[in-house]
Design a protein around this ligand. Structure first.
Ligand code: PMP
Length: 290
């Protein structure tokens, strides 16, 4: 464990329309969101005081709530204004923003149709190191035993807390075995994504990435596809089987937190982070800082 626990930091948190001191941002233990995972959230990155792709993240937060059958009781513009004010109050210039919405305590049962929906936003410093040399070493992934469920079992486009229990189990299993993260397969056994990032493979100037038909089509994923096409990479969204993992030269993850993270290996399969990782990291760095 490292760092100050997240409930013991200093600064301000926006909570149901007001700025409250960090230590006072509390919810009751009998909250529906805690017991039944009726919670949605966003992870946003702040570069030079600006939230990268704020509109896209805000839209996804509202869509996630709608998919989980609840409505956020604020206008999108109110949350965006609150985020900007919060960044200023907490003097965060390079950092991370975490909006979260959850059902409250009026009912503690499967049904929660009349529960009030609460919203909070927190932010903290998170400098973007982007030391390309260190990053290029790459991380090691272990294929997870837990799989992404079929789209018929949950609204997979929602960034909803319930979906993360599989990710946490898989990430723990990877870390307990000396790996950095897990590669998750979907219910069919196709390559899906990492626990909180999308995955890409490169062979020469062609990129391959799984079709996001049962996992988040990440905002970073979409950005990287655009950047890659502008750099004359061919980008193919397709089925990737575990037996094909040896067909590629490079592999990398994309996500708001992961940015572009080269992958050194998946189980026994090794990759050599090279031109594709380097060019895309450079393009992504200049885009987020533009
Ligand atoms: N998949 C999962 C499961 C995630 O949690 C994330 C991070 N939000 C991503 C993919 C990447 O999404 P984004 O690029 O929008 O951060």
């Amino acid at each position: 464990m490292s760092g100050i626990p997240f409930d013991q930091r200093e600064g301000w948190i926006w909570f149901d329309g007001e700025f409250v001191e960090w230590s006072q941002a509390r919810l009751h233990v009998l909250s529906h969101g805690l017991h039944y995972a009726s919670t949605v959230y966003e992870g946003e990155r702040v570069y030079n005081g600006k939230v990268f792709k704020l509109r896209e993240h805000t839209e996804r937060l509202y869509r996630s709530a709608q998919l989980m059958d609840f409505a956020i009781p604020f206008e999108p513009a109110e949350l965006e204004a609150a985020s900007h004010q919060l960044l200023q109050r907490n003097q965060v210039v390079e950092g991370y923003l975490r909006p979260v919405a959850w059902r409250g305590s009026e009912m503690i049962s499967t049904s929660a149709r009349f529960n009030r929906v609460h919203v909070a936003i927190a932010c903290w410093q998170w400098p973007s190191y982007f030391d390309p040399a260190a990053r290029m070493a790459g991380i090691r992934l272990k294929t997870a035993t837990w799989r992404r469920p079929p789209p018929s079992s949950s609204p997979f486009e929602a960034k909803a807390s319930g979906h993360y229990q599989i990710a946490t189990l898989s990430k723990h299993d990877a870390e307990n075995n000396g790996y950095h993260d897990a590669l998750m397969l979907d219910w069919r056994g196709h390559v899906a994504e990492a626990t909180s990032a999308n995955v890409f493979f490169a062979k020469g100037r062609t990129l391959y990435t799984p079709v996001p038909d049962c996992f988040l089509d990440g905002i970073t994923r979409q950005t990287v596809i655009e950047l890659a096409r502008a750099l004359d990479y061919q980008v193919i969204e397709t089925t990737i089987l575990p037996t094909q993992l040896g067909d590629f030269d490079e592999c990398f993850l994309t996500g708001t937190a992961a940015e572009i993270t080269p992958v050194q290996s998946i189980d026994e399969q090794h990759y050599r982070p090279g031109t594709a990782c380097r060019e895309l990291i450079a393009a992504y760095t200049s885009t987020v800082n533009a």
